[in-house]
Design a protein around this ligand. Structure first.
Ligand code: KG4
Ligand code: ZN
Length: 338
């Protein structure tokens, strides 16, 4: 039996959780800095670091209390080591490393995208290896062939903006507050289809990479020449969302054909998008496979996915030394297998 405290501070969410390999998730706490950054239209790194410092201790205490355990019951500590904002990462890394040292327990620095990739494992119906993973967050978009934990092959990734970033930037052009992704999606639900058609970038040539920055420019040009009323904006939002979802679906299908995998996992903030979920679910039914995704609150950043991923590695005897490290850029396919 093993019980791990997980700490996530890579961006603008402080997430803490306690995960037990027999009992499952015992507690998870989250503080979102969304309101703090909204005035600036995006995450301000220095403010993010300071807010993590403010919130991390009370949230750790709360997570331990809600899990009904003391540090004696914790067998290891997992914290997000990267990729992310270096100052924000260092807050979690310092806390995780220091707690583990004082409790005399092992600590491990977790790759944030591995956390997202394994988040569907927190649900009852878990995908079996191997599978294709579509990771779509605010900072990354990638297609990964997953043979097992730590056995990752990055098949394609964004050459410019991440999918979530494209949502956020387009939402900003439409005057929606940060983070615009969910807001744009809500506006799109009021849109009428067929008024506008956005391009499906990089779908006409072979390969599994993405490019989303052109969609933002296309949106800017469309917004500039069309009337500025609610219905028009909703129609544009819908056309944008359809283009992103279509592009992601086309690339997933291509990657499934290439790999021969039957199962698809979607994770990261944009996997909360209902149009994306239903498009991929429909496609997988057609292909005779299945799509897996985490519950809504575990699509975006959280401590539970970090506790889960860290536990898998700690259980296999992997751990980090006493150094406190934040790794802003960290290729996923350099991780050791478990
Ligand atoms: O995974 P995440 O919480 O943070 C990163 O690791 O980046 O992802 C946040 C991103 C933001 O860009 C946000 O706008 C987007 O996920 N997002 C959505 C939705 N919910 C979150 N995008 C589209 N539709 C949604 N429902
Ligand atoms: Zn994330």
């Amino acid at each position: 039996m093993m019980r791990v405290l997980g700490i996530e501070t890579s961006c603008d969410e402080t997430g803490i959780a306690v995960y037990d390999d027999e009992l499952g998730l015992l507690s998870h706490t989250l503080y979102s800095q969304v309101k703090l950054h909204a005035d600036y239209g995006g995450v301000v790194p220095e403010l993010a670091s300071r807010d993590h410092v403010r919130k991390i201790v009370p949230l750790v205490k709360q997570a331990l209390a809600e899990a009904n355990c003391t540090f004696d019951d914790i067998d290891g500590v997992a914290y997000t080591k990267g990729p992310g904002l270096v100052g924000a990462l260092l807050v979690g890394a310092c806390m995780g490393r220091a707690l583990a040292y004082s409790w005399d327990k092992p600590a491990i620095g977790v790759h944030h995208m591995e956390g997202h990739l394994l988040a569907p494992m927190l649900e009852d119906d878990v995908p079996a290896f191997p599978f294709l993973a579509l990771l779509v967050s605010g900072g990354h978009s990638m297609l990964v062939g997953v043979e097992g934990i730590g056995k990752y092959e990055v098949l394609g990734e964004s050459v410019d903006d991440a999918a979530g970033e494209a949502f956020d930037k387009t939402a900003k052009l439409m005057g929606l507050d940060y983070p615009g992704g969910p807001r744009l999606s809500k506006l799109a639900a009021e849109g009428e289809t067929g008024h506008y058609r956005f391009p499906r970038p990089m779908t006409d040539k072979p390969g599994l990479n993405f490019s989303f920055s052109g969609l933002k420019t296309f949106a800017a040009n469309t917004i500039a020449k069309e009337p500025d009323d609610h219905q028009t904006r909703a129609n544009i939002a819908l056309a944008f969302e359809e283009a992103v979802v279509d592009t992601l679906s086309i690339k997933c299908r291509r990657a499934l054909t290439q790999t021969g995998y039957q199962n698809l996992v979607i994770a990261g903030g944009v996997s909360a998008n209902t149009r994306l979920r239903s498009s991929l679910a429909e496609m997988m039914t057609f292909l005779g496979g299945k799509v897996y995704y985490p519950r809504g609150e575990f699509c975006t950043d959280n401590g539970a996915m970090i506790a889960y991923a860290g536990l898998q590695r700690l259980k296999a005897g992997q751990m980090d030394d006493l150094g406190v490290k934040g790794v802003p850029r960290w290729p996923l396919d350099t991780l050791p297998p478990v």
